[in-house]
Design a protein around this ligand. Structure first.
Ligand code: PEP
Length: 251
């Protein structure tokens, strides 16, 4: 039995005061008190404050990115050890915005995945195809390649302590959600890929769907057998909307 996970990706939005208010509202709404595990991923600079405010309220903490290197002369970067130090349990790696806007390739994403686990963080590995890739029929090859590189670098055992998020690029921040059937098809593909190496690890792997998840479509998506929760961007910035999504992921 896989416990659902809902992760709010706050991206580069809000101020310290607004972020504080948002997490206070989530605590008041008892967003993390249902059946699903709930985490929020604020910008790096707000992590400590959000950890302090969410403490004890069953709302976990994740970061939006991590440096692949351990420490040292990497101006502007944040290490996995630092994220663990301020209370993170999770970190998103390979978000499509990192891949497309900041040139992160599969090999770098795999190194970030490994760096996160070295410090006890659970990586949320994002994969997903662009609209052009979907329309040309390349979706299976793209998603398989993105998973396979991490499998080769980290090994299948590493997936026992990881989460995968399927995020079709054409659905992120566009208001265009994959249908439940489309999501299920890709989630089954990902699970099958892991199962080819280790069926037990595949069966316990949590695979989240991300891409314009809202209160109105969450229940239908989460009802799919291989959809184990969501990675939520825009809708995670509204406490009531996000709390409803979290409730939809509960048992
Ligand atoms: C995301 O940021 O990963 C995301 C899925 O965004 P949105 O929910 O806004 O599409």
């Amino acid at each position: 039995m896989r416990r659902a996970l809902v992760a709010g990706n706050w991206k580069m939005h809000g101020s310290l005061a607004e972020s504080g208010r948002l997490v206070d509202e989530l605590v008041a709404l008892r967003a993390g008190a249902g059946g699903a595990e709930v985490i929020v991923c604020p910008p790096f600079v707000y992590l400590s404050e959000i950890a302090r405010r969410a403490g004890g309220a069953a709302i976990g903490l994740g970061a939006q990115d991590v440096c692949a290197e351990e420490s040292g002369a990497h101006t502007g970067e944040v290490s996995a050890a630092m994220l663990a130090d301020v209370g993170c349990s999770y970190v998103i790696v390979g978000h499509s915005e990192r891949r497309s806007l900041y040139g992160e390739d599969d090999a770098l994403v795999a190194r970030k995945f490994v760096a996160a686990q070295r410090h006890g963080l659970v990586p949320i590995l994002c994969v997903g195809e662009s609209l052009a890739e979907r329309e040309s029929g390349a979706m299976p090859a793209v998603v398989t390649r993105q998973v396979d590189v991490v499998l080769q670098v980290a090994g299948v055992a590493a997936f026992a302590g990881a989460v995968v998020a399927y995020e079709p690029v054409w659905a992120i921040g566009t208001g265009r959600t994959a249908s439940a059937g489309q999501a299920q098809e890709v989630h089954a593909l990902i699970r099958g890929r892991i199962a080819a190496s280790d069926a037990t690890i595949a069966a316990s792997l949590r695979i989240l769907y991300g891409g314009s998840v809202k209160a109105a479509n969450a229940a239908e998506l989460f009802a799919m057998p291989d959809v184990d929760g969501g990675l939520v961007g825009g809708a995670s910035l509204q406490a009531g909307e996000f709390a409803t999504i979290c409730a939809a992921a509960g048992p």
